[in-house]
Write a protein that binds this ligand. Structure first.
Ligand code: ATP
Ligand code: MG
Length: 189
């Protein structure tokens, strides 16, 4: 009699769906959202994909590490504030910059020139009401079929999670910061 195998609780899907592109979300309060996105970007470059990264939070010194290497391997990297001119009198500068970043990001997505677009920390300006959630949903839903998108940041809006294919919540079990260890070169930036 053949050995009985325990059946999995739910049978795995056949895995034969050929979806042209994916929307991924890295959210949660633990470390690893951005670094996982950049790791995927590395894979994408290795496969000959065109990759764009748009960063939505001012990082200053912080992300020079990945930006430097990213540019070197051919990623089209747009850090917050790049090429920005501010002429609005009725809007907060940070809000205007975030909107500018979204303008850049939505063009990159809609343009269809990239196989991967990373929207790093975009959940923050969305949650602050600076970038219109409806508009983000529309742009993501109507994106050209080959454009994969990764969204990172805490508290990803429910509406984005609903239309995403893969959603990972980084859970903070411990962080060195909690015992007073500051951000570290090579580990955090
Ligand atoms: P990383 O860029 O390291 O992948 P992240 O994108 O998940 O981190 P962010 O919320 O973007 O996290 O925070 C950026 C910085 O804050 C990183 O230097 C990271 O180490 C630090 N950080 C992340 N999670 C925590 C946490 N739970 N407590 C304190 N600092 C954190
Ligand atoms: Mg991050």
């Amino acid at each position: 009699m053949p050995k009985q195998q325990t059946p999995p609780t739910s049978p795995p899907p056949k895995g034969n769906i050929r979806q042209p592109s994916l929307l991924l979300v890295n959210t949660g309060d633990g470390k690893g959202k951005s670094t996982a996105a950049f790791g995927t970007a590395m894979r994408a470059v290795a496969r000959g994909w065109r990759v764009a990264v748009v960063q939505f939070l001012k990082s200053g010194e912080w992300q020079v590490g990945e930006e430097k290497i990213g540019r070197r391997i051919g990623i089209d990297w747009w850090a917050l504030g790049d090429g920005f001119t501010w002429d609005s009198t009725d809007m907060d500068e940070s809000e205007a910059i975030a909107r500018e970043a979204w303008g850049e990001a939505s063009e990159k997505i809609a343009g269809g020139d990239y196989e991967l677009v990373v929207l790093d920390e975009i959940t923050y300006p969305i949650n602050w009401g600076w970038v219109d959630l409806e508009e983000v949903i529309t742009t993501l839903s109507r994106r050209p079929s080959k454009v994969n998108v990764i969204i990172t940041g805490r508290d990803a809006p429910r509406e984005i999670i609903e239309i995403a294919d893969t959603v990972t919540e980084m859970k903070n079990v411990k962080h060195a910061y909690d015992k007073g260890v500051m951000a570290r070169r090579g580990i955090d930036y």
